[in-house]
Design a protein around this ligand. Structure first.
Ligand code: ZN
Length: 168
């Protein structure tokens, strides 16, 4: 596990400090309760525009393709996706600024996604979804529906585990 910062100014130092303090305990909590490993995870603290840029960069490297997307992820507290070495967790310091509870919940929520993505088969599934989203290899409507259902399921599970943040 490593924690990096990307385009972070002094005004976000508190958020970065908090993420550095809680990440290891949060990993222990999430791994214990989910009975799984977060795998090779990289955690990056950045700004709203940084979130979108980092996701795009990760997908470009991962898919080895020029990816274009008009999706803006900058309004979310955080996001988790695959990168070429494992899983990338991104915390949006701009949105989290001054909201300690949200930082804790975000880190826990995204680490739950890291465990989900480290499970057998998950990486392939997410890759197929990404190739479809970027129109590299379209999936059938049935396949898309199945993948979306799993995404929703994972999202509900991550939301449920946010309560663990109270133990940090
Ligand atoms: Zn989520």
């Amino acid at each position: 596990m490593r924690i990096l910062e990307h385009r972070i100014g002094r005004q976000y130092q508190d958020t970065l400090d908090r993420v550095e303090t809680i990440t290891q305990p949060a990993i222990r909590l999430v791994e214990k309760h989910m009975r799984g490993s977060v795998g090779r995870v990289e955690i990056v603290v950045t700004t709203s525009s940084g979130v979108t840029d980092l996701v795009k960069q990760a997908h470009r490297d991962l898919l080895d393709a020029k990816v274009t997307s008009d999706r803006h992820l900058g309004r979310q507290f955080g996001t988790t996706t695959l990168n070429s070495s494992g899983v990338l967790v991104i915390v949006n310091a701009q949105i989290c600024r001054g909201r300690a509870k949200e930082i804790d919940k975000t880190v826990v929520h995204e680490l739950v996604h890291a465990v989900q993505l480290a499970k057998p088969g998950a990486r392939d599934r997410i890759l197929r979804g990404l190739r479809n989203n970027y129109r590299l290899e379209p999936l059938s409507r049935v396949e898309v529906r199945v993948l979306n259902r799993l995404v929703d399921q994972d999202e509900r599970e991550a939301a449920r585990f946010e309560r663990l943040a109270r133990q940090l």
